[in-house]
Write a protein that binds this ligand. Structure first.
Ligand code: NAD
Length: 396
C-alpha cells in the first residue's frame, strides 16, 4: 500500500489540477446542485443515486428541479464531464465522494441515519486507498467519527492513513436567488490534518470561501447551531404573534419597525410552522445528541415543539372563521409546499394543517402550481393523487 503522504500529495495535486474525479452520492436538492457546482469549477463529476428513474432523467438532460434554468442539467451533460449513475461499482474510480443522502426523523422523533449507514456500506465495498470521503448530510456532533468512520474502516482501510475523511455541512437554500451553492461559504472539518487540507482545497476550488474548523464534530455542530438558531427565532416570533394578537397589536408592524434597528436585532416573520427536511429536523438531532452526552437543550426542544404546534393554531383559526365548527365545510389551502416556489412538501406545515382541518370534519383541497398532483411521498403516501384545484370563480 502506498504511504500516506504520497496518497495525500497525489490527491492534492489532482485537485489543484482539476483532474480529481468527484462523485456525489445522492442527487437530491443538495447532491445535484453540488454536483453541478463542482462540474462548473472544472472537475469531472459523476452523481450517484439509487433512484434509477432520477439517474435516467438527469442523463437525458431533464430539468428535474423546478428552479433550475431549463438547460442547467442538459448543458452540464453536454460537456461530457457530468453524468449520473446508479452503478455503485464505479465509485472505485472516483477520487472524492461527497455523501448527500437524507437524514430524516424516525417515526418516534429520533434521528434516522439509516441512509448514511447504507451509503457508508456501499462506499466501503468499493473503497480504495487515496480516496477522500466527505459527509455533507446533516448529522449530530460525533456521527462522522462514530457512525460513518467505523463502517468505512470495516473495509480494512484506516481513515487519515489510507483514505481521507471529512464533514462539510450543506447550507443549500433551494430556490434562493441571492445565494447559490457556489457563493455560500462552506464549513469543512476533519480529524486529521491531511483530510482537512484535502477537503479544504477541494471546496476552495468550488465555492467562494471554504472555512476550516478543528474537527468533524465541530463542523457537524456548526450546522445544527445554525438551524437551531432559526428554529428558536421562528418559534419566538410565532409566540409573539399569538400574544400580540391578544393585545390587539399587529406583529408585522412591530417587526418592520424593530428591523430598523441597525444592530442587535434580526427580523424573523410569523408563519404557519416550519417544514422541509432541515429546520424541523436539526434541533431534534441536536437535542437528542445533547441528551446522549448528558447535556440538555430545553430552549431548543421547546421551540421545536412550539413550531410543530403551529399548524394546530392555523386549523383553530380556520374553525373560528367558519363559525366554530368545520363539520361539512370546504376549505381551500393556497400553497402546499413547505415554502414558496418549490416542489418540495416534506414536513410541510400546510399538509399538517390539511390533516387537522379534515380531522375536524371539513373537506380540504389545495391550490399549488408546483403540485398539479400530489406524488407518493415518504411521509404522506396516503395523499398521493390529490390534485391542485384551479382558482376559478366556482372553486373560490
Ligand atoms: N434540502 C435542503 O434544503 C437541505 C439543506 C441543507 C442540508 N440538507 C441536508 O442534506 C441531506 C440531503 O438532503 P436532500 O434535501 O438533498 O435530500 P433528497 O431526499 O432531496 O435527496 C437525497 C437523494 O439521495 C438518494 N439516496 C438515498 N439513499 C441513498 C444511497 N444509499 N445511495 C445513493 N443515493 C441515495 C435519494 O434517492 C435522493 O435522490 C440531508 O441530510 C438534509 O438534511 C438539506
Amino acid at each position: 500500500m502506498t504511504n500516506p503522504f504520497s496518497l495525500f500529495s497525489d490527491l492534492k495535486h489532482r485537485i489543484e489540477a482539476r483532474e480529481a474525479r468527484i462523485a456525489t452520492l445522492g442527487l437530491g436538492y443538495v447532491g445535484l446542485p453540488l454536483a453541478l457546482s463542482v462540474h462548473d469549477a472544472g472537475f469531472p463529476v459523476t452523481g450517484f443515486d439509487i433512484n434509477e428513474a432520477r439517474v435516467e432523467a438527469i442523463n437525458a438532460g431533464e430539468r428535474v428541479i423546478s428552479y433550475f434554468a431549463p438547460d442547467r442539467i442538459a448543458g452540464a451533460v453536454a460537456t461530457g464531464r457530468f453524468a449520473a449513475s446508479a452503478e455503485m461499482a464505479e465509485l472505485a474510480e472516483m477520487d472524492a465522494i461527497l455523501i448527500c443522502v437524507p437524514t430524516p426523523l424516525g417515526g418516534d422523533l429520533q434521528p434516522d441515519l439509516s441512509a448514511v449507514r447504507r451509503a457508508g456500506e456501499t462506499i466501503a465495498a468499493h473503497l480504495r486507498p487515496g480516496q477522500l470521503i466527505v459527509l455533507e448530510s446533516t448529522v449530530w456532533p460525533g456521527a462522522t467519527a462514530g457512525v460513518l468512520r467505523p463502517i468505512l474502516e470495516a473495509s480494512g482501510l484506516k481513515a487519515g492513513t489510507h483514505f481521507f475523511l471529512a464533514f462539510s455541512p450543506e447550507r443549500e437554500d433551494p430556490g434562493n436567488e441571492s445565494w447559490s451553492t457556489r457563493t455560500i461559504p462552506k464549513i469543512v472539518g476533519a480529524d486529521d490534518a491531511h483530510s482537512l487540507e484535502l477537503a479544504r482545497s477541494l471546496y476552495a476550488a468550488v465555492v467562494t470561501q471554504a472555512v476550516p474548523v478543528s474537527s468533524t464534530a465541530t463542523a457537524e455542530a456548526v450546522k445544527l447551531a445554525e438551524n437551531s438558531f432559526r428554529t428558536v427565532n421562528i418559534a419566538l416570533v410565532n409566540e409573539m404573534k399569538l400574544a400580540f394578537a391578544k393585545m390587539g397589536v399587529d406583529v408585522w408592524e412591530v417587526i418592520e419597525a424593530a428591523a430598523t434597528k441597525p444592530f442587535g436585532y434580526m427580523p424573523f416573520w410569523p408563519g404557519p410552522g416550519i417544514g422541509g427536511d432541515c429546520i424541523p429536523v436539526s434541533p431534534v438531532y441536536l437535542a437528542w445528541a445533547a441528551r446522549q452526552a448528558g447535556g440538555a437543550l430545553p430552549l431548543v426542544e421547546t421551540a421545536a415543539r412550539q413550531n410543530r404546534e403551529m399548524p394546530a393554531h392555523v386549523a383553530a383559526r380556520v374553525a373560528e372563521a367558519a363559525g366554530g365548527d368545520l363539520q361539512g365545510k370546504r376549505v381551500l389551502i393556497l400553497g402546499i409546499a413547505y415554502k414558496r416556489d418549490i416542489e418540495d412538501s416534506r414536513l410541510s406545515p400546510a399538509l399538517a394543517a390539511l390533516r387537522l382541518i379534515e380531522a375536524a370534519g371539513a373537506r380540504a383541497e389545495y391550490h399549488d402550481p408546483f403540485f398539479p398532483e400530489m406524488p407518493r411521498t415518504r411521509d404522506d403516501p396516503d395523499l398521493a393523487g390529490r390534485r391542485s384545484v384551479a382558482l376559478t370563480a366556482e372553486a373560490v
